[in-house]
Design a protein around this ligand. Sequence first.
Ligand SMILES: [Zn+2]
Length: 484
Amino acid sequence: MPFISRRLRAALLVTASATLVAATLPSPVPLGIGDPLFPHLGNPGYDVRTYDIGLTYHGDNSKPLDAVTRIDARTTEPLDRINLDFTRGTVRSVEVNGLRADFAVTDEDLVIEPLGRLPAGVPLRITVRHTSDPGGDQDSGGWLRTADGLAMANQADAAHRVFPSNDHPADKAYFTFRVTAPKDLTVVANGLPAGTARHGADTTWTYRTEHPMATELAQVSIGRSTVLHRTGPHGLPVRDVVPTADRKRLEPRLSKTPAQLEWMEKQVGRYPFETYGLLVAANDTGFELETQTLSLFERSLFTGAGHPEWYLDSIMVHELAHQWFGDSVSPQSWSDLWLNEGHATWYEARYAEEHADKPLERRMREAYTRSDGWRAAGGPPARPDAPEPGQKISLFRPVVYDGSALILYALRQEIGASAFDRLERSWVRKHRDSNATTEDFVRLASRTAGRDLTSFLDGWLYGEKTPPMPGHPDWHSATPAAQR
Ligand SMILES: [Zn+2]
């Protein structure tokens, strides 16, 4: 039970700093909401409505930013203490409802002690003055240092390396970013611009989201960037953020987004947000990320040689599909991750089938062959193994990508293309701007098909072995041993 022992260890470690809080309470301990994969993420007892995050960037991406994070929340139970997730910064002061509050830092939690117990159901305004440090190791997520500034990559558990938060997708909130940077730099964040103000050598850029967002999907780009504007379906503002030096060479690729938006809308209905676009960051991340309204792409993916056009298109469609699946409809827990990646992979593969003559059936047959091996290596799609210690990103294994798109293929084989199509459309409509669980998906699939699909889907979601593929009795999954 590594988590328990870690908590106990942390509780012992903080005894020294516990003199900061009143003697009547036990030592502060890090809390979580019991996510099966990240038990220490999120915190009980309150619901965040808005984050207002002020950041001051001093022009050097290895130096801490000065920050003020203001959180408007509501208590959902009586609280003696408020835990926020936060690490990688120094906390200077905390106020709760306008009054100075004591605090302690323990493990990756900032534990705040308001003056007296807070009842359930009351508004809570927490103001934290702190630094936000992009220095140190780059592998655990949070700030991403680029050649010309900073971007963010917070999935799955790294938003609290940037700002104090209730860092779990179960608690979505509206965001305002106010970022001050030297005036020759450009700042873009999730949502739409809400003004800029020049003061001396600096500019403050404000952005606001029109829809609730999970902390893991926050994005702030600071750099020598150009913002390119175009228009998507129904006048949707599309804006891309690119290194200024690359704007011309990237244009042919970026100009594909409006048609991809149209294609996705044809599959599942209206695009769920106020804007979309690509952030091309000068950093070799090795991954792309569906940050809400502004997906993060590594520059080298587009500027390096060797990637065929269809492959780049399908990666763009993958991140775009996430805006519906994963962003607008967020997982209730991290074990529901297959709902994000399975769907994004599904539309990526469907797009390649329609536009590049890459048959879906061939890809699914190949996935089927490897599926038992993927399940052995990473657990079943809807009950994945925890990430390797110190490698949170290892949660993103093949079983949640093609191994989970395979579930959607099996379901379509079972209920037919027209019921499947209706299911996908009602899924994103019903759970828009909200959270959903694997059980919600099974329930909606059953309702849409007009029969109980629980036992059919059970093996696909939770089985150690891959169930038989409807319509393809000749498909076989190689034994994990044979795949090594
Ligand atoms: Zn993805």
